[in-house]
Design a protein around this ligand. Sequence first.
Ligand SMILES: Cc1ncc(COP(=O)(O)O)c(C=O)c1O
Length: 421
Amino acid sequence: MGRPRSSSSHFADTLAIVQDTISQRAAVLRPSATFAMAARAGALRAQGRQVFDFSAGEPDFRPPTAVREAVVALVRERAIGYTPVAGMLALREAVAEHLSAYHGTAISPARVLISCGAKHSIANLLQATIDPGDEVVIPTPAWVSYPDMVRLAQGVPVVAPTLPEHGWRLQPEVLARVVGPRTRLLVLNSPSNPTGGGYGAEDLRALGEVLARLAPRTRVMADDIYRRLSYAPFEHASVVRCLGDVLENIALVDGVSKTYAMTGFRIGYLVASEAVVTAATRVQGQTTSGAATPSQYAALAALTDPSVDVEVAAMHEAFTRRRATMLAAVTAIDGLRIVPPDGAFYCWIDASAYVGRTGVADDTALANWLLDRHGVASVPGSAFGAPGYLRLSYATDDASVVGGCARLTEALASLAARGAE
Ligand SMILES: Cc1ncc(COP(=O)(O)O)c(C=O)c1O
C-alpha cells in the first residue's frame, strides 16, 4: 500500500476534476469574436503599436453631462442599496413614458423590466419564454450572441438567410419557409448589427402577415438597441405601430448603451406582456437581482434630463459624418462591396475578393492579417454567420476613421498587387 495522500494533494486533485467538469450548456457556447478582436487590438496597442480599432461595438463618447452628474451626486450624497428586482419605479415609469411616446401606445410600468444591459434583457426573455426544443428564427447575418443565448435557454436557433440585394432584410417568403409548429420567437434587429440594414413599415407588415397566417403563436422580439442611430433617408419603424393589430405577442428590447454612450453602465429594458415581464423578473430575481443602483439613476437622468437630447444629437451628427467617411473609403476600394447601412455604426463589407489569396485563407485570416501586419482591427464575418465578410465599426474618433481607412486601402492594394506578405 502506498503512502496515504496528504489532504492538500487530495484537495488539488479534486479541484482539477471540478475544473474539468463543465456543463454541456456551457460547453456549446462560443467566446464573443467581437470582444476577442478588441482584446487583441488592445494587446498590440499595449506593445506600442499604432492600431486603428474598428472592432468595437461601442461609442467612443463620454456619457451626457447630466448622466455623469447624477452618478456623482448619488455616490456623494446617498446610501446605495438594492432596488426592487424589476428596477426602480421611477426608472420603469420613465422607460414606460419614453417608449409609450415612441410606439404610440400606452405602456404601463408593470410591463417594464430593467436589466443589466439589453443583452441581459434578451437572455431573461429567452429564459422566461423558451422551452427545450422551441425554435427561434434569427435573420442572418446576425449579432453573435443571439444563437448562443437561444442555446443557453435550450431553444433551437433557426437561421433565416438575408441577402444584400434585399438590403439585408428578411423576406416574407423566406420567413414562410422557416416557420413551423415549434416556432416561438422571431428576432428582428433593426437597424441590424452587423449589417446596418433596417426595416421600413411595409417590410414589417409583410412579415407580420406571414406570422399571423402561418405561426400565430410566434412572439416578435424587436431588438431596438440601435433605433436612434438611424440615418436619413432611413427611418426606424416601430414594430408595435406596424404589427400591434395583427400580433398579440410583441417584446421590445431597448436600452441606454448605444444611444447615450453608456455601454459600461449596463442598463437595458424589456417591455412585454405583464405575464412575460413577471416571469422574466422571476428569472432575474434568482440570477442577478436588480441592475446596479447607480446605473439605474444614470439611466433615469438619460431619459428625463432635457439637456441630454442636445448631446445625443451631437453624437448622432458625428456618427453620420463618420459613416459617410468610411462608406466613401470602402466604396473606393477595388473589389469590396457594401450596401450603405441604414443605421447602427458598422460597415458590413463583402471582402470575398480578397480571400483565398496566398496566406489569407478566409475572413478570419484576413482580419488577423489586417491587424497584425497593418494595424487595422475588424471583426471577421464568419462570427456573424457570413464567411468572406468583415465588420468595421466607425464608433471611433474621426481622425482614426480617416487614418484607418487609408491603412485599409493601402493594405488591400498590397494584397491585390502581390498576395499576402
Ligand atoms: C444587436 C445588439 N443587441 C443587443 C446588444 C447589447 O447591448 P447592451 O450593451 O445594452 O447589453 C448589442 C451590443 O452589442 C447589440 O449589438
